[in-house]
Design a protein around this ligand. Structure first.
Ligand code: ZN
Length: 631
């Protein structure tokens, strides 16, 4: 490969390079010279600066210290307080993975402990945080990746060869187009195909949980889409309407990369596995299995925010915080050496919440912006956050002091953790009396993932965890409900309480069961805090239907809706109308074209028309199956 040869030609003779390969867009060199490995930082830095690609130097496996000895040295170097419990060696890549409860202490001041490990053992140490709440999914994912080291090495090299290899285009004309295969003039099944004369990349690939039949899935039989030519899949965040169809691609034989942040990978895998369970229970057609989710994990390349990476010869992406769920991303896409810059702002929140920082809207360049419009209509102005938080406390107070239970159906990731933080604060500050908050198993498992990635949370939660040693998610007001028996106890024996359960739209999962058994009692309250899709049971309840059909133990049952039905839209993880407008108006640089998606028909149209008038930019609200040429 040309780029590898170029890197090698810049190294001194004494470097004794034994191997060079790709790990995705990164270039990895192995040296047999211990001195060169330890003392060549500046040479590597110089190369990185001149070729503008990431280059990493590792020791050749033959010079790494014997594993047992290295393990002993690592154990001696890492202080007890770091809570270090496991050391795993990846001998093919000369990497040692060190698990610790407090990574900062294991890394040392300015990384001095890591440097010492490197120098004394000739292994590359990588520290991984042990989540404060045990997470089986994270353990499984780390195990799957570790177990498939061999495969990963080959896979990542193959990805690099595609990025740096020969281009396909043979002097064709340059063009860029995007086809809308879902979530256009609708919410659900987000899926957009970005094509150039060189590349085919999918932006999200989700399902519409509120729809039936084929309408649940993105329109992948569109003439533009060809699975065999697909180069990469980019996932904005792990809600099922953005990630839920990705395992199906693997079932159909896709073997390419999926790009997202680490929290999105972990939560996404968990939600996809949960979706399989739910569809099995309801005898829906199960569209993929656990092994397809595992394939997705094996092929995922995680990126940090603001880490620039090539994904094909002419497409380079960077993730920025989107403020919607932990690890959610606004994706900046640099196409054809800067010929065009596309920003894909999937679901985002443009305000600071208890959980996350607001979405980023400053980019190096931006010609086209794709924005969501879930709350895009004139009437969708969300009330101030503080008022909503107070209202939440009041609804809970009124219901529980009257002896009732509050059921909050949630999506599992995003609102559930936001609500946990609001309630923890309200109880800690005495605004609310201490009441039990039952967190259904799946929501709990997602919360555990939050404790593995505190760096992605908002400043004050981070400060609380790192400087005051107070992790709000570990509060004793939260109780996990894992079994059917515990669920029965909460419904039948426990007094006033709050229940957080999936799914958010009552389309399956334990929230439906809670609703079925709590709906009859006028003392109880059902509280909706997230968007509920057209056609879902939640939407019908929200619209005030007094009798609904709900799946029970023996088929469908008629349920009388006597409980209070409340909605607090302002706690949504989506930007309200004003935030959407402000996000576009203050976006830097100002895009020339704005494409509005991810909203019901009238909301897409209204927002597009407003943005056109207000910002004097070209706007568009495409329908599914439309294609827009960007260049
Ligand atoms: Zn979302």
């Amino acid at each position: 490969m040309q780029i590898l040869e170029e890197v090698l030609s810049r190294l001194p003779d004494k470097s004794k390079i034994s191997d060079s390969s790709f790990e995705g867009a990164n270039i990895v060199l192995y040296t047999k010279d211990a001195d060169f490995f330890i003392n060549s930082n500046w040479i590597i830095k110089e190369i990185v600066n001149s070729i503008k690609k990431r280059v990493e130097l590792r020791p050749d496996p033959s010079i790494c210290m014997e594993m047992e000895k290295a393990k002993k040295i690592i154990e001696d170097l890492i202080p007890k307080e770091a809570g270090h419990n496991e050391t795993l060696f990846d001998p093919q890549r000369s990497i040692v993975i060190i698990h610790a409860e407090k990574p900062g202490l294991a890394i040392g001041k300015q990384g001095d402990i890591l440097r010492e490990i490197k120098k004394r053992t000739l292994w590359i140490p990588i520290i991984q945080r042990i989540p404060a709440i045990r997470s089986k999914i994270i353990e499984n994912i780390r195990y799957v990746l570790f177990e498939n080291n061999d495969y990963r090495k080959k896979f990542l090299h193959k990805v690099g060869k595609r990025i740096y290899g020969e281009t396909k285009k043979n002097g064709q004309q340059d063009w860029i187009r995007i086809s809308f295969l879902g979530a256009s003039r609708q919410v659900g099944r987000s899926c957009f195909l970005l094509q150039t004369s060189e590349s085919n990349v999918l932006l999200d690939c989700g399902i519409n949980v509120a729809a039936q039949g084929q309408d649940q899935y993105p329109i992948l039989d569109a003439p533009e889409f060809n699975l065999e030519k697909l180069d990469a899949v980019i996932i904005s965040h792990p809600h099922l309407d953005h990630v839920g169809f990705v395992p199906w691609l693997f079932k159909m034989g896709y073997k390419g990369p999926v790009y997202c942040t680490a929290p999105t990978r972990d939560v996404g895998a968990l939600l996809c596995l949960d979706a399989i369970g739910v569809s099995q229970k309801e005898l829906n057609k199960v569209i993929y299995g656990a092994k397809d989710v595992k394939e997705m994990v094996k092929h995922t390349i995680t990126l940090e925010y603001e880490e620039v990476t090539d994904v094909t010869p002419d497409i380079r992406i960077t993730f920025y915080n989107a403020g919607h769920t932990i690890g959610s991303a606004v994706t900046h896409i640099h196409i054809g050496n800067g010929a065009h810059n596309l920003v894909y702002a999937a679901d985002y929140k443009f305000l600071r919440t208890q959980l996350l920082e607001p979405a980023v809207n400053r980019f190096p360049r931006a010609e086209t912006l794709i924005t969501e419009s879930t709350y895009g209509a004139k009437e969708d102005i969300l009330p101030a956050r503080k008022l909503c938080e107070d209202e939440l406390a009041k609804i809970i107070k009124d219901t529980t002091s009257n002896g009732g239970k509050v059921l909050i159906p949630v999506l599992g990731v995003g609102r559930s953790q936001e609500i946990m933080l609001i309630l923890e604060k309200a109880i800690r500050e005495g605004v609310l009396e201490k009441i039990p908050i039952f967190v259904q198993g799946m929501v709990w498992d997602v919360t555990a993932i939050h404790t593995a990635y505190p760096d992605f949370l908002n400043k004050s939660v981070r400060a609380s965890i790192f400087h005051r040693d107070h992790n709000p998610f570990l509060s004793d007001i939260f109780m996990r409900i894992a079994s059917r028996k515990e669920q029965d106890q909460v419904i039948e024996e426990t007094g006033p309480c709050v229940i957080l359960a999936t799914s958010g739209m009552l389309t399956g999962g334990s929230s439906v069961e809670y609703f079925r058994r709590l709906a009859d009692n006028p003392k109880n309250t059902i509280l909706f805090v997230n968007y509920v899709g057209e056609g879902s049971l939640a939407r019908r309840v929200q619209n005030g239907e007094k009798e609904v059909q709900v799946p029970g133990e023996n088929g469908m049952e008629t349920v009388k809706v006597n409980l209070n039905v409340r909605t607090i839209a302002g706690l949504s993880g989506h930007a309200g109308r004003n935030e959407l407008i402000r996000y576009v108006a203050t976006c830097e640089p100002r895009p020339k074209k704005v494409i509005v998606v991810h909203g019901e028909n009238s909301k897409c149209l209204e927002l597009a028309s407003y943005l056109h008038k207000a910002n004097r930019v070209e706007t568009n609200a495409p329908k599914n199956l439309e294609t827009i040429r960007l260049r």
